[in-house]
Design a protein around this ligand. Structure first.
Ligand code: IPE
Ligand code: IPE
Ligand code: MG
Length: 235
């Protein structure tokens, strides 16, 4: 089995999963968060080098105050727990997205986790928090425009590679496989630039039920794909 170098996941369906069990949405988020721990171990075991998960979008602030507060509480405890997960898997953690919108203590936990894990290189784990692809591109282009205005970058140096280097994912290879759980067939503002040639896999399984067997199924499907870039088959 050819294991993708970089897998991106839109972890969706926590709310519906809980509702189907007659439980509040917050219960789905707790289970979904626990599943995030297991999936890191699975990725490491399978030999995946980069994992990016979409955990909170720039649009998710529109949810009820109660739900957003519950998620913030969950991020606090998860970011702390993630130190152990990172140590166990020799995993480097990087948050992508605009973290300045979070409370100070959450921002500090993020900095601490990134600093703690910076020398690990067996799995590179990106967590998208307050992430939106259009927001990421906008922030990046603002910095790029500033550099051009200050003469640090010439207009002729604005290349595809240069643009990639102004994004939150700078230095990380593009995803090979994108998985979205729980049945929705859209990108919801996730990695629009980076996924120009990514293979997509959609499953009806809700995120709290997505396990290693489901992951292997997705990778097997990916293996059956005939990957092409502009009509040339990848050998
Ligand atoms: C994904 O599950 C988690 C977040 C977006 C925070 P949802 O909360 O979107 O669950 P559904 O899609 O409403 O079932
Ligand atoms: C996408 O899920 C964002 C995350 C998984 C964090 P949503 O559930 O928020 O997306 P839409 O609203 O269904 O597109
Ligand atoms: Mg959803």
């Amino acid at each position: 089995m050819n294991v993708p170098n970089h897998i991106a996941i839109i972890l969706d369906g926590n709310g519906r999963w809980a509702k189907a069990k007659g439980m509040p949405r917050s219960y789905g988020h707790v289970k979904g968060c626990a599943n995030l721990e297991t999936i890191c171990d699975d990725m490491k075991e399978l030999g995946v080098k980069y994992l990016t998960v979409y955990a909170f979008s720039t649009e998710n602030w529109k949810r009820s105050r109660e739900e957003v507060e519950g998620l913030m509480k969950l991020f606090r405890s998860y970011l702390k727990k993630c130190l152990k997960i990172s140590e166990r898997n020799k995993m480097r953690v990087k948050i992508i997205g605009d973290i300045t919108a979070f409370d100070q203590d959450i921002q500090e936990k993020i900095v601490q986790l990134e600093e703690f894990s910076k020398d690990y290189d067996e799995l590179y784990f990106q967590i998208a928090l307050n992430y939106g692809s259009r927001d990421e591109i906008t922030r990046g282009m603002r910095r790029m425009a500033q550099d051009v205005a200050e003469g640090k970058l010439l207009p002729s140096e604005v290349t595809e590679d240069a643009i990639g280097n102004y994004l939150d994912t700078a230095g990380v290879p593009d995803p090979d496989l994108m998985i979205r759980t729980s049945g929705e067939l859209r990108l919801s503002n996730f990695l629009l630039w980076q996924m120009a040639y990514t293979e997509f896999y959609f499953t009806d399984v809700p995120w709290p039920d997505f396990n290693k067997a489901e992951l292997v199924r997705a990778i097997e499907k990916y293996n059956q794909r005939d990957r092409r870039y502009g009509g040339v088959k990848e050998e």
